[in-house]
Design a protein. Sequence first.
Lengths: 71, 171
Amino acid sequence: MMLLSIELMLNSVNLNLAAISHYMEDLRGQVLVFFIIAVAAAEAAIGLGIVVTLFRHRNSIHTDKIVSLKG
Amino acid sequence: MVQFLFFYFAIAVIGLGLTIVNSRNPVHGVLLMLVLFFHMAGLYLLLNAEFLAAVQVIVYAGAILVLYLFVLFLVTLREEVRISPFIEKGYWLGFVIAIAMFVTFIKGIQNFTLGTHGIYTIETIQQLTHTKAMGKAIYTTYILPFEVAGLILLVAVIGGIALAKRERKGA
């Protein structure tokens, strides 16, 4: 749910940038939206990779149970 | 007509956002997010940004959400675990902080002076299509961020492979 909220926040920033760039009659905001989508994809991939690796070792993704650094 | 579409998309986005955050089942949350991304693409279409709407649907709704669904089913989460909140009666404190941030944003917008208008007017964008206008902007002025975005994606691919490797037992 945390990861979904990050995507929601990134989308809200995208909408803001696209709207203001439309108002200013320039394309800078929309180009930035394009790059933000690319970076969000990369970050979602790595974040989910971490979740999968964590699940493989601890068999639980309840973060309150993941309290020791020892692998 | 355009007004009616804008109000429908805007209210749908807000309502869906609230529903996603409060949903018990994460798979329901991801599917509602898919609907939310389609409404966001509709909002981009109303802003004359067809390329962004297409990229949003293809990349966000088509790739990132599918990745989320894969991981959710791999992890076999039945229901979102409800734990006791970290701060007691934290709900009202969060509400007050959110209202304070909203008031700060509104006060900031009132003292906002716009910069200079750019050269890509709406008529120019509609004449050459938005894809071509974005291409002109990205490949001439913003070529360096474009290369850096390519590097970021390369790093993400390498990181994904490194995270998913299994250790070989023995040699």
